[in-house]
Design a protein around this ligand. Sequence first.
Ligand code: EZ4
Ligand code: CO
Length: 469
Amino acid sequence: MHEPFSNISQLARRGFLGLAGVAAFSDWLFSRPRVVRTLFAKDELAENDGSGGGSSRGLPPLKITDVRVIVTCPDRNYVLVKILTSEPGLYGVGDATLNGRELAVAADLEKHIAPLLIDRDPEQIEDTWQYLYRGPYWRGGPIQMTALAGIDLALWDIKGKRANMPVYQLLGGRTRTGALAYTHASGRDFAEVEEVARRALERGFKCVRAQVAIPGLEGTYGTPGNKTPEAAAGRVANMAELPATEVFEPAPYLRVVPRLFEYLRAKLGPEVELLHDCHEKLDPIQAARLAHDLEPYHLFFLEDCLRPEYKESFRLIREHSTTPLAMGELFNSLWDCVPLIKEQLIDYIRCDLGHIGGITAARKVAALAELFQVQTAWHGPGDIGPPTHAANVHVDISIPNFGIQEMVFFPEVAREVISGGPEFKDGYMNVSDAPGLGCDVNEEAAKKYPYRRAYLPTARRMDGSVQDW
Ligand code: EZ4
Ligand code: CO
């Protein structure tokens, strides 16, 4: 197979490769397609079709034998992925829940992705990620990236169980004793927010995200307002079959929020870390004003000021304020993060591991962020399942540039279906040393809670026009 190259070098050495020589050589080359083909022939290489990446610790080769998609509604909808392997009893559990579009992800997994995985080697996580991301040609988007995250988490779970190690060990081992956590305090007025925040502090939290209902508006993101907390958070209980509509106006919002934080600082003192979520509602100049007006109250960060399409507009906010900025829960591409990180336009990148492609994606975002002194603050809401919360914490405690972790407490009924997941203690989250991610799904219990259609709320302005929720 080295024949053509040695011929060229011999010809060149002898000075034979003049113009006529080149013409003769190309005639010769193209008259010998078999030789050229042999240069790149597959039979010379070991084939990588994802079905055999070598063995771990001398263990026998492993194959994926089944991919089960479990859609269940213990109080709210979850989509879980269970990947079974050729080793008896060895399986992985992932979470592929996308609030309001659960069945689209479940269909993608069942109809399109599962057939591609059978007989593949579950240990080849990176190869599987690349294959599922770039393979379908039509890459990206929240539905496909959530499906991919579900697979990715299940594969990391398998690898951990196979190695008999928690996933954070596979990611490089502990960098910290726990992940600093924050919870939500919401209320209809300042006093109610204070009361809820005080309860959180008593429970051990050192960091609290505060949201208050805006007087005169019908429902405000993240607050009970005149709706049940369940409806505000997008739970299915008490929800109509179609989405609720909230009303948002920037002027009263921009007046009230700085006064909330003035109030909370005065009541709660300087030490508690306070955060606020704008939930992608503002225009750039509105966000710049809010970040500026909040400066005296020293927020830990101001979250998701702008719609996810307007990354460059963070420059405007930066130019006007020293309030730390966080962004990213609506991102579903690794590349969404790049402009914000490389220009240091934000301080915290807060992708949702469940919607950007799982641990394999998160470790790349974290590594990029590390190089630009940006810290992580992965999205940790109630509408992603315990395996994603577990993945958050496995990454948090094994990277150098972790910032903070959003968290929720899951209701008992959800725990009946999905066990395990991170634990909260004295302001920090942690995972156990159980091999893998540390979560399991009870398929029998899941059947007791069939899927119920549910939507997140939507929002409109006073004049009836559409507004980001
Ligand atoms: O409203 O995930 O920071 N947390 C959040 C979440 C989102 C929900 C929407 O489904 O913004 O609570
Ligand atoms: Co948010």
